[in-house]
Design a protein around this ligand. Structure first.
Ligand SMILES: *Cc1c(COP(=O)(O)O)cnc(C)c1O
Length: 435
């Protein structure tokens, strides 16, 4: 039942990477994010090998917004993984850990000139969102005296069965160029005539946490259809076909995964099918998984402060990690599995709600969970928080963001310090008249 990096020791304590979570909490304090390095590598290898068996030319560019901790990015860079970035700082992190510019793609619907400039200087592939942006890129490239490598984000109008906030491929979405109306074709036509632009790719991304292969297949089909149309009408053959990220993971016990092997085989057969009647060369396929690579590598550990027992309705247990540390339950109503990390073998008899310490009713981590009787001082482990956990953490209600620890085969070390109260006000200033 437990994943390869998790275990239970003889004291009934949950372990990660061969280290007791109780020891980790004592040594590093709580709340703390704990990430297993070997599990990151294992997930990456699994995704990589799924495609390696089926397609010659492909690349994996990890989506930094899932978790852009330097150590995480370094581990992936070390594996040869590229980067999908969406801001100036993410781009700088990718370059800092040694990712070659050619293995970075920059996404976003509102890129600044500063961001575009750094992309062009480092030969980063710019995923253009709209025509206005294309004009700006052409001008900056001319000023710098280098060609800009671009692709376009197209909107294939595919419905993704996921939370509306993380569904991005519908026509009404704010992202990309609309395909059915012909806007996407027009953009390629225009770009192909520009002096300082090299058109290299086509990109689509339909959403996140998707466990059904069908929408991915529809996306691949539609994206390749457009590639063919571009060749026919404009005469350019796009080398890079980037199908984005979005492969989900099972968060609930018993939930079925979409194995990357099945994902790869269905995508590749769809691509092969589409290429059959096309006199086009095989493209380089690019994928941008975020969640799949990093989500299940990480636990969030929080210490129980108080327990409120109630008759006939779930008890409330409050811990020192709340929506400031992990906003997904409050924001997307997401499920994260929870265990009492120091009572792993005790019987789960109590219906329990788990709350954070903030003054908001939405500040909870789980509702109506079966847990063993919980007492002050117990340690709760929240599962699968590696993606969109610390990267979405805030300082709301004056909480410092948690620290992060990496474990590997029995070793543990800090990869991000816990913030201090001084950090919270470090950038604040008094105006002249209040000094
Ligand atoms: C968020 C995002 C991803 C990663 O999505 P996951 O669901 O974490 O795999 C990839 N590409 C783009 C363009 C994104 O916005």
């Amino acid at each position: 039942m437990l994943k390869s990096h998790l275990g239970v020791n003889e004291d009934n304590e949950l372990t990660i990477g061969g280290v007791s979570t109780v020891e980790l909490a004592d040594r590093f304090g709580t709340p703390v994010y704990v990430t297993d390095e070997n599990k990151i590598r294992e997930n990456y290898h699994r995704f990589y090998e799924a495609f390696d068996k089926k397609w010659d030319d492909f690349a994996i560019w990890y989506a930094y917004k899932a978790n852009s901790n330097l150590a995480v990015c370094k581990v992936l860079q070390d594996e040869g993984c590229g980067a999908e970035v969406g801001s100036l700082c993410e781009l700088k992190i990718a370059l800092k850990v040694g990712t070659p510019g050619e293995q970075i793609i920059f996404n976003g619907n509102n890129k600044s000139e500063k961001e575009l400039e750094l992309c062009i200087k480092n030969k980063v592939l710019i995923n253009v969102d709209n025509l206005q942006e294309l004009e700006i890129i052409n001008r900056i490239a001319e000023e710098i005296g280098e060609n800009a490598r671009v692709g376009f984000r197209v909107n294939p109008d595919v419905e993704a069965p996921t939370h509306p906030h993380i569904s991005t491929g519908l026509r009404k979405s704010k992202f990309g160029l609309d395909v059915p109306s012909g806007k996407a074709i027009k953009a390629y036509k225009k770009a192909s005539k520009m002096d300082n632009i090299t058109v290299e790719g086509i990109h689509s991304h339909i959403g996140s946490q998707i466990l059904d292969p069908e929408p991915f297949m529809e996306q691949a089909r539609k994206t390749l259809e457009l590639r063919k149309k571009i060749r026919k009408e404009i005469g350019i053959e796009l080398k890079i076909v980037d199908l984005g990220g979005g492969l989900g993971i099972p968060y609930r016990p018993g939930e079925k995964e979409l194995p990357p092997e099945e994902f790869a085989s269905k995508i590749v057969s769809t691509v092969e099918e589409s290429l059959k009647d096309q006199e086009l060369s095989k493209p380089k396929l690019v994928f941008e998984p975020g969640r799949f690579i990093i989500a299940d590598t990480t636990l969030l550990l929080g210490r129980v402060g108080y327990v409120k027992e109630r008759k006939n309705i779930p008890h409330w247990v409050s811990i020192d990690a709340g929506m400031n540390a992990l906003i997904r339950p409050a924001l997307y109503d997401s499920y994260h599995h929870i265990e009492v990390a120091n009572k792993m073998n005790e019987e789960k008899t109590e219906s329990t709600n788990v709350a954070g310490p903030l003054c908001e009713s939405g500040d909870y981590l789980g509702k109506d969970r079966k847990l063993p009787p919980v007492e002050r001082g117990d340690l709760l482990a929240i599962y699968d928080v590696g993606a969109y956990g610390l990267s979405m953490a805030s300082q709301y209600v004056g909480n410092t963001r948690p620290c992060m620890v990496m474990v590997k085969s029995g070793k543990a070390d800090t990869v991000r310090e816990r913030e201090t109260c001084e950090d919270l006000t470090r950038l604040d200033k008094f105006p002249d008249w209040l000094k």
